[in-house]
Design a protein. Sequence first.
Length: 315
Amino acid sequence: MTKIVPLANVTDCPDLVRLAGLRGGAISIGNFDGVHLGHAALLKQLRQVADSVGGPAVVVALDPHPAVILRPEQAPTRLTWIERRAELMQPHGIDALVVCETRGGLLGLTANEFFEALIRQQLDARAIVEGPNFFFGKGREGDIATLGRLCVADSIELQIALPSNLRGEMISSTRIRRCLTSGDLDGATAMLGTFYRMRGDVVQGAGRGRTIGFPTANLQSIDTVVPAAGVYGGRVEVNKRRQLAAIHIGPNPTFDQDTSMKVEVHIIDYDGDLYDQSLNVDFALRVRDVIKFDSATELVEQLESDIRTIRNQLA
C-alpha cells in the first residue's frame, strides 16, 4: 500500500525516523491530480528507475495546488483528494506519497533552495523522473534545464518522462476537468483509465424522491469537480458493498423553479439511512440530460427507463 507521509516544512532538519525507508531512491515531484494515464506512464518509469538505483519510489505532491495560494481566483478545482491519489498510485508500485504543505515558506524558496532542501536534504534522492514541463522554485524560476544542471552537479540521475497523448492531444488534469464539466464523461474516463470518483456528505433533502419511489442521498460538501448537469449511472460503496446507482446532477425543473445545482444519488435496490455519512460515487456512464416533465408520472416512467439502462450496461 502506498503510504502517505506529511511534510509540513521542507526546510526543517530531516526527520530521519519519519522518512526512514524513503531516502536514497527515485522521486517525482508534482501535483498528480487525477493520477491519469499520463501520470501512470511516469509512475511506471519511476518504479523502474527506483529499482535500478536500489531505493524506494517516492512521489512528492504539493498540496494544496500552488495556485490556491498564489492565484485563488484561478485555482482549478481538484479531481482527487490525497488519499484517493495514494490509492490510485498503489498499483504502480509507489512506496510513498510525501505531501508537502504548500503554505508557509515553500513557495518562497528559490529553485536552488528548493532543490537543496527537498531533493537533497529531506529525501537524499539518487534519481528524479519529471515531465518536460516541470517548473520549481519561487515564480517558477527553475525549469527542467535548471533541474538537469543541479542534478549533474550532485551526481543525481534525471530522466524525463514523455507526455502521453489521446486523440492527438496531451493527457492532462486540465483536459479531464474540461471533459467532466462539459458532459464528456467517456473522454474523461479514457484519460483517467478508471471511473471518475467524487465524494460528498449525505444531508437531508426535500424528500420528493421517496414520495415517488426513488429515495435519494443528497450530497453536499463536495470538494472535487462536479460533472456537468445530467443523469449518470455509476456505483457507490455502502456497507463495504459496491452498489449500482443513478446520479442526478442539476436542478429539479419538474418540481420547482430553483435552478441551483443539486447532486442526488439513488442507490438501486437499497433503502437504508445514509444521513451524515460520506459517500464515494463512481461515474460510469452518462445516461441523458436533465429534462422537465409535465407530471410526476412521466418523471417516474423516465426514471424506470434510466435504471433499466444502468442495469443493462453496468450490472
